[in-house]
Design a protein around this ligand. Structure first.
Ligand code: 3HC
Length: 692
């Protein structure tokens, strides 16, 4: 049984694609469709053709995993030209999504009918690409460039209703889309009419061109260096200046060059890593998550308040618990003020704010958590405090309630040991600001029940987060690697770089902020307290805190912030202090290039990532990438730290680490065994996962 099955009903050949899970247009599907169209054209008993699909999607697009592989005929553009050139009219019967190449199939057809729930879009831009099978040429001709260009630029799909209004669909029918498509196909055949989207340049006017050029100018201004935006503009512009065939050749050339672009490779890696991360070892569909209808958050500080907002935003009632009225009032006021900013920006209505505030129920005392299906503790980061809270929760929480700690570093089993229900205790580590950042580390200690983990993951998704299940261990994944970067940044200062040079290297790489601007924003005292508690020293960072320069909140930190400015200025006193510390430590400072700074900041993180994989704290290198993209603003088009390391070459990174370890005399910088092994084999981190 092939991936395309054809039946003939009342002289209409119905070619149904059945390539689970999403009917991607892999080589076998393209070959099957080409054969079905040719066969129907050769069959005297067939007057018209319908392309339909089995399963939940019409077609989700080209098969992304084939990109970069040797091409297999027919190419998608060739197949679509054959569909459009079919002597017998072809109609698309669309249910579910028609995305990318999937919508391009529909555009090459002579008619399009869809169910009301269908979604139609060209999301290639999100993969660092542009449509590559005629989409940039056919869509502007069909619905005008001023409508088509924004659709391709955002990559967001439109609803069937919108598509009907725009002229992208001929009909929307409530049910039996295949029968409706067959009727349209029969009618087109009877009329002898084959409306050709590619040949009809006549609808394009000077006004369309002007409207497009205005949109293009704006898009280029905001492109942020992404080469596919300029490529999209160039391809769509061809609609006004060239024939369809010439324009399609332009599109194809641009598409093929983007497929080999590093940014697109990174974004495609992220696409698959996002889907892999959802697969949790040992937890299949047979493990059913527990029901979560209500929540409690312990601690109304910045984190607790942000977490409570996540629940309210998802429509789940949440009790916000504090020990003292003043702290509770402060927390509630902070939440209200944060919502007010959204109201002022117009992204939230006053009514919606009011509704969310009613879902947040302030309460004093832990007993108020008794009725909750999930309790998230976001109290002070100290083991004694956590153990006391969990000891009490063990007594009062509802049987089967998930008991989660939002701890950033502490040992979950030690927290769980304060309870008599280890099977329900895990970590749910949110990232600041919790109502904004997408990452949720779900920490899975030994002894926790699988269905508790499944519940935390399902809940995380409901809260709009990207849950990543990680093992228990100091700092889990994200903060454990961040600590390496923080240490590297401090080392760089002593060795000769200045704060603004270190920050510029990371901003140049694509981060929104460098480590020192970030530390000044978060408050330098936070790290100082944690170092003191662990008996650690960082000469520059410690001296800055001893001087009372905690960052923006004190008007100065690594930088000076005159009159509450948010962008810091270089501080001569800090620079002198760094020079003095170097002398005290017997270091002769030297200058560093931006590339050297970058390597020194990122290589130790990659090394720690390798150790995290060795210890199975992260299941896959891609999971680490997803953590950094969603929790620490690592630019998605750089693919995450482990993907970046693969693209640099693990042998290069291992050699650089070895050299640094020798220079500084720090064994901790020596390449981790896993990194060493992969480097010696000439292998990549990606080789550790099934997709290679
Ligand atoms: N190619 C290859 N695999 C794909 C795919 C594609 N276009 N789209 C989805 N898949 C795979 C996923 O990797 C996943 O595989 P797995 O089960 O092995 O992990 C499986 O299909 C299911 O995907 P999701 O988990 O994402 O399922 P959802 O139901 O949540 O979402 C979807 C379905 C909306 C179709 C979503 O998968 C999606 O957005 N897909 C990508 C759409 C896209 O970007 N299309 C454009 C491709 S580029 C193109 O067409 C170029 C052309 O112009 C030449």
């Amino acid at each position: 049984m092939g991936l395309i099955s054809t039946t003939v009903l009342r002289k209409v050949a119905i070619a149904t694609i059945d390539n689970p899970p999403v009917n991607a247009l892999g080589a076998a599907v393209r070959q099957g469709l080409a054969a079905a169209i040719a066969q129907a054209n050769a069959d005297a008993g067939v007057a018209a053709i319908v392309i339909a699909s089995a399963g939940k999607a019409f077609i989700a697009g080209a098969d992304i995993s084939e990109f970069g592989e040797p091409p297999v005929a027919p190419s998608l553009p060739d197949l679509l030209d054959a569909i459009e050139a079919s002597a017998k009219p072809v109609v698309a019967a669309i249910q579910g999504v028609a995305l990318g190449g999937g919508l391009e199939v529909a555009l090459a057809c002579h008619g399009r009918v869809a169910l009301p729930g269908a979604k139609l879009g060209l999301p290639e831009i999100k993969l660092g690409l542009i449509p590559g099978a005629g989409g940039t040429q056919r869509l502007p001709r069909l619905i005008r460039a001023a409508k088509a260009f924004p659709m391709m630029l955002s990559g967001e799909p439109v609803s069937a209703g919108q598509a009907l209004d725009d002229g992208l669909l001929d009909e929307v029918v409530p049910s039996d889309v295949v029968a409706a498509a067959a009727r349209l196909a029969e009618a087109l055949a009877a009329e002898g009419r084959r409306p050709m989207t590619s040949a009809t340049n006549g609808t394009l006017t000077e006004a369309d061109r002007e409207a497009f050029e205005a949109l293009a100018k704006d898009a280029l201004r905001k492109a942020d260096g992404m080469p596919n935006v300029a490529a999209l503009v160039e391809a769509v512009r061809a609609v006004f200046t060239m024939s369809y065939a010439e324009g399609q050749a332009v599109e194809r050339k641009l598409f093929l060059s983007l497929v080999t672009d590093e940014r697109s490779k990174a974004l495609r890696h992220v696409f698959f890593a996002e889907r892999e991360v959802a697969k949790v070892r040992g937890i299949g569909p047979e493990v059913k998550p527990r029901e979560i209808a209500s929540a409690a958050v312990i601690g109304a500080g910045t984190m607790g308040g942000g977490i409570a907002m996540c629940f309210a935003n998802a429509g789940i009632p949440v009790t916000l618990i504090e020990t003292a009225q003043a702290a509770l009032d402060n927390g509630v006021n902070r939440i209200s003020a944060t919502y007010d900013i959204s109201v002022q920006r117009g992204s939230l209505t006053l009514e919606a704010k009011a509704h969310r505030m009613t879902l947040i129920r302030p309460a004093l005392g832990i007993a108020a958590a008794a009725g909750a299906d999930v309790v998230i503790e976001a109290a002070f980061e100290e083991m004694g405090v956590k153990q006391q809270i969990f000891g009490e929760l063990s007594k009062i929480a509802k049987p089967g309630a998930i008991l989660a700690s939002n701890t950033s570093y502490l040992d979950i089993p030690t927290i769980a040991a304060a309870t008599t229900r280890q099977q329900d205790v895990l970590g749910m580590h949110f990232f600041s600001p919790a109502n904004v950042m997408k990452l949720l580390e779900v920490v899975r200690p030994q002894g926790v029940a699988d269905d508790a983990v499944a519940t935390a993951v399902t809940l995380g998704r409901k809260l709009g987060k990207v849950p990543v299940v990680v093992g228990n261990g100091f700092g889990f994944v994200g903060n454990r690697m961040l600590e390496q970067r923080t240490r590297a940044a401090e080392r760089l200062l002593v060795a000769g770089a200045l704060p603004h040079e270190v920050d510029a290297a990371l901003v140049g790489f694509g981060f929104k902020m460098g480590p020192f601007a970030m530390a000044d924003l978060a408050g330098n005292d936070v790290g100082w307290r944690s170092r003191k508690a662990r008996g650690l020293k960082a000469p520059v960072a410690d001296a800055i805190c001893e001087a009372g320069w905690f960052g923006q909140k004190t008007g100065r930190g690594y930088y000076i912030y005159p009159q509450g400015a948010r962008a810091g200025q270089r501080c001569p006193e800090v620079e002198a202090l760094i020079a003095r510390i170097a002398i005290e430590n017997g270091v002769t400072r030297r200058s560093f290039t931006q590339e050297e700074i970058l390597a020194r900041l990122l290589d130790p993180m990659v090394n720690e990532g390798a150790r995290i994989l060795e210890a199975a704290i992260a299941a896959r290198p891609g999971d680490i990438d997803i953590v950094w993209i969603n929790g620490y603003n690592w630019p998605a088009w750089r693919g995450g730290p482990m993907f970046w390391a693969d693209s640099v070459g693990l042998d290069v990174i291992a050699k650089r680490l070895q050299a640094q370890a020798a220079e500084i005399g720090d064994k901790a910088l020596e390449p981790a065994p896993l990194l060493k092994r992969l480097a010696a084999e000439g292998n990549r981190f990606a080789s550790l996962t099934s997709r290679g």
